[in-house]
Write a protein that binds this ligand. Structure first.
Ligand code: UFG
Length: 323
């Protein structure tokens, strides 16, 4: 299948593009490089540098390459920033994405797979979280992703565009060639690794008084290659709707710090800090629907393997994608 990957120069987009190419598919990466990296574009893929805010640019790419399927990763992802500048999130993650959907609808694209998030659930009441949990986002980032899921439903009803929204929990790890390099970095595992590398003075634990066994927040870390596998299954499937993607295991912030210490063999300073606003105490996925309906079979269920994979990429790329 020929697949246009919007946001294919970002973390999950680059790893998924590589996975598609390894499995015999053709890939066209469409990315503005505002957040993505040119070196994260697989050399086997065609590359179009363009912004989804530019309706003509995405239309032209679609006409030139005629993809049968689309994977849409292109979005801003910082929860904290979305609480300060909501307009930036609604403009980019909703309004700009509409240009992609319009171009898809009148260029006979069969299927779109959308990169959604556990943030659509806000503060979930039931753990593990299934797709039946009410969607009540508590920040504009999660709201923007939920709005786009709803828009997809209407494009399906009206234009017949098939879609699958994949709600990821905490993505981590690396693919054979690509890894995580955000600027600024806001995610836990790469931040701890920066401390282990001596690139930051310390790691701050945001909140040690949560109602969890060690007082720190619990998250569900899922390997990026397992996410990549789910995208390919979703592209090939005729199922329409939203699916959670997580490992189903919960790990506290403290336990992730210990795992990075063990794997890196490095000591670093850990400070206890105040809670970060909007953090739910526990997010653990029930991904039974993705397994049963899409046939998803995640391969990485050991947090050590996931952290080792992230650490390996950092050791091989001490400057990330910077030359
Ligand atoms: N944390 C720290 N110190 C840090 C960074 C993070 O203690 O320096 C804590 C956070 O407070 C949180 C946990 O580590 O408890 C994980 O934080 P991340 O920022 O790595 O990830 P989130 O769980 O906040 O966010 C992830 C995805 C989002 C998605 C969200 C769903 O990155 O895209 O899950 O709630 F929206």
């Amino acid at each position: 299948m020929k697949v246009l990957v919007a946001g294919g120069a970002g973390f999950i987009g680059s790893c998924t593009s590589e996975y598609l190419l390894d499995n015999g598919h053709e890939v066209v990466v469409f990315d503005s490089l505002v957040k993505g990296h040119r070196d994260a574009v697989d050399p086997r893929a065609d590359f179009v540098q363009g912004d989804l805010g530019d309706a003509l640019a995405i239309e032209r790419a679609m006409v030139a390459h005629r993809p049968e399927g689309i994977i849409h990763f292109a979005a801003f992802i910082e929860v904290g920033e979305s609480m300060v500048d909501p307009g930036k999130y609604f403009r980019n993650n909703v309004a700009c994405g509409l240009n992609l959907l319009e171009a898809a609808a009148h260029n006979d694209v069969r299927k779109i797979v959308f990169s959604s998030t556990a943030a659509v659930y806000g503060m979930p009441k039931t753990i593990p979280i299934s797709e039946r949990e009410p969607t009540i986002p508590v920040n504009p980032y999660g709201e923007s992703k939920l709005m786009f899921e709803r828009i997809l439903r209407w494009y399906h009803e009206i234009h017949g565009l098939q879609y699958t929204a994949l709600r990821y929990f905490n993505a981590a790890g690396c693919s054979p060639n690509f890894g995580e390099d955000h600027n600024p970095e806001s995610h836990l595992i790469p931040i701890i690794m920066q401390a282990a590398e001596g690139k930051r003075e310390s790691i701050k634990i945001f909140g040690t008084d949560y109602p969890t066994p060690d007082g720190t927040c619990i998250r569900d870390y899922v390997h990026v290659l397992d996410l990549a596998q789910a995208h390919l299954l979703a592209l090939e499937s005729h199922e329409v709707g939203a699916f959670n993607l997580g490992s189903g295991a919960g790990h506290s912030v403290r336990s992730i710090i210990d795992t990075v210490r063990e794997i890196s063999g490095q000591e670093f300073r850990v400070d206890e800090a105040a809670r970060r606003s909007g953090d739910p105490p526990r997010l653990i996925s029930d991904s039974a629907a993705a397994r049963a309906t899409l046939g998803w079979k995640p391969k990485f269920d050991d947090i050590h393997e996931i952290v080792e994979s992230a650490w390996r990429w950092r050791c091989d790329h001490p400057k990330g994608y910077a030359r």
